[in-house]
Structures are given as C-alpha cells and as structure tokens.
Design a protein around this ligand. Structure first.
Ligand code: C2E
Ligand code: MG
Ligand code: MG
Ligand code: MG
Length: 285
C-alpha cells in the first residue's frame, strides 16, 4: 500500500529538474573540449586601495563562452570541473594567462599599471602534487616575481586543514607568493587558527559589505568587522573587502580600517584593456 501511494509521486516528472540535469551533464562532458578549443576567457576586476583610491591589482575571474548557452559564470562550471578533475588543467590555464597579463600590464605601464594579480585556487588544486612546481614554472616563464601573485583560497577549503594540505601553500608563501583567505567570515573557522595558516591577506566576505549598506550600519556588524580588522592587523594580515557597491560602503569600510576594496562601485569584472584605462586615469589624475 505504501508503495502504491508513493509510486505516483516518484513518477511525477519535474521537467525543469530534468533540463538542469541534462545541462549539467552536457556541460560536464563538454568541458575538456572547451578548454582545448579556447572557449574560456578571463575577466579582471580591480583591487583598489581604500586610502588613496589607487588601483593596486586585479582579481582574475574565469568565464566560459559556451557556443549554445552564451557566457557562463564560474558558479555554473567550476563545481563540475572540480568533480571531473578538469579543474587542474583549467586552473593552470587561468594562472598562466593571468600571470602573463600581469607582465603585460607592467610592460605597458610600469609602476603606473596594476601591480598584482589575484588568482582563485580550488581545493582540488591544493591537493594536486604539481601545484608548487607549476606555479614556479609559470612565474619564471613570464618573468614575473612571486611577490606580484596572490593565490586566493576559500576559508572553507582550509578548515581543519592538516599539515600536508598546508605544505604547498607554505612553500609558495616562503617564495613570496601572497595567500589570501577568500570569503572570510562564512566558514566558522576558529580565529585563533589563523596563526597556523600561511596567509597574508583576509578577504572579508561580501555579506559583511552588504551589512554596511544602511546608514548608520548595524552597530553589531560594525563591531564584528572592527574586531576582525584589528585581529587581522595584529597578525600582520592585510584586509580586502569584496562586493563594495556604493560609496557609502567604501567610506564605512575605510573608516573601519580595511586596506583594499573590490566591487561594482569601482568596476565590474571586465576585459584586461579596462584595467589599462582605470590604472592610467589613476596614475595621471
Ligand atoms: P570570489 O573569488 O569570491 O569572487 C568574487 C565574486 O564576486 C565574483 O563572482 C565577482 O564577479 C563578484 N563581485 C565582484 N564585485 C561585486 C559586487 O560589487 N557585487 C556583487 N554582487 N558581486 C560582486 P564570479 O566572477 O561569478 O565568481 C564567483 C566565484 O567563482 C569566485 O568567487 C570564485 O570562488 C570562483 N572562481 C572564479 N574564477 C575562478 C577560477 O579561475 N578558479 C577557481 N577555482 N574559482 C574561480
Ligand atoms: Mg576570489
Ligand atoms: Mg571572494
Ligand atoms: Mg565571495
């Protein structure tokens, strides 16, 4: 009886779920050829110094120009690439392109150009044995100093990380590569744990920036951000904030002591030429 009662429910098709599953499957199987055919491209979003408004660098954000579906954001395909392992060659491609872009900026604009490049790393890349050597090779081939590179790792990827996982990050940090803890504040990590991690930058999650939207901002949120910033600074970590959409947020976060900001208020992610323009305006005016 139970079976027949439940039977109907299971037979009810959800066409939208089916379409999603098909797309998911379709996208997953299309990933390797997409990488070979050069369907991925990178947009860059400037990182701006909150004190003087200068462009200090840019974050590389990958996109997929899919022949049927148009431009897909990373949230649509990075998880699929992680499931299939394609994230390793894809991530290496992103790193190589971004580091070369940083070299081009520097060649064209010298110290007036964006100085640093931030690249996101998946947890799977962290556990891949080639990470350190690939990074060294890519920097050397492009003639870019490790100090110009910042690798972003999410807080959740490092929660409970053992020494084996931290070893490659530590080696990169010793070479001079900055490691940033991305989406900080969403992962419930133990703040005291920060001392153990080879990170030099905290990227405060967009949810904190959003709570600075109202004026005056929620006093509890203000206290939390203030506390995080002072803890970070006392550990010699720089604080970057993501998702800054208004001047009021930027001002509030500057007053709270954040160092660098990123968000639509300054610029949406865009082609590398846009960075040229922003940096140029910045260095001349
Ligand atoms: P993320 O590293 O935290 O990157 C910030 C995200 O916030 C980006 O979304 C960016 O476009 C978006 N954003 C920037 N400013 C604003 C703003 O003012 N308001 C709002 N609402 N959003 C803003 P995007 O490009 O869709 O990337 C999403 C995530 O995908 C990234 O989050 C990162 O975790 C991942 N991702 C992107 N590129 C790569 C990559 O090359 N490799 C890996 N492993 N992950 C990547
Ligand atoms: Mg990031
Ligand atoms: Mg982030
Ligand atoms: Mg985020």
């Amino acid at each position: 009886r139970a079976k027949s009662a439940g039977g109907n429910r299971f037979e009810l098709a959800d066409p939208e779920a089916d379409a999603r599953a098909i797309t998911r499957h379709g996208l997953t199987t299309a990933l390797p050829a997409a990488l070979e055919r050069g369907e991925f491209f990178i947009e860059y979003q400037p990182l701006v110094h909150l004190g003087d408004g200068s462009v200090r660098g840019a974050e590389a954000l990958v996109r997929w120009l899919h022949p049927q579906h148009g431009i897909l954001g990373p949230d649509r395909f990075i998880p699929l690439a992680e499931d299939t392992g394609l994230i390793v060659p894809l991530g290496r491609w992103v790193l190589e392109q971004s580091v070369r872009q940083a070299r081009d900026w520097r060649e064209r604009y010298g110290d007036g150009g964006p100085l640093r490049i931030n690249v996101n790393l998946s947890p799977c890349q962290l556990t891949h044995p080639g990470l350190v050597q690939d990074t060294v090779d890519i920097l050397e081939r492009a003639g870019v100093a490790p100090q110009a590179l910042c690798l972003e790792v999410t807080e959740s990827a490092l929660i409970g990380a053992d020494d084996d996982l931290l070893k490659p990050l530590r080696r990169l940090a010793e070479m001079g590569v900055d490691i940033a803890l991305d989406d900080f504040g969403t992962g419930y990590s133990n703040l005291a744990n920060l001392r153990r991690l080879p990170v030099s930058v905290l990227k405060l999650d967009r949810s904190f920036t959003q709570s600075m939207q109202q004026f005056p901002a929620d006093p509890v949120d203000l206290k939390i951000v203030e506390g995080i910033v002072s803890l970070a600074h006392s550990l010699d970590l720089a604080v970057t904030v993501e998702g800054v959409e208004t001047g009021a947020q930027a001002e509030q976060l500057r007053i709270l002591g954040c160092d660098t900001a990123q968000g639509w208020y300054y610029a949406r992610p865009g082609p590398p030429e846009r960075l040229h323009q922003l940096a140029l305006v910045d260095s001349t005016g």
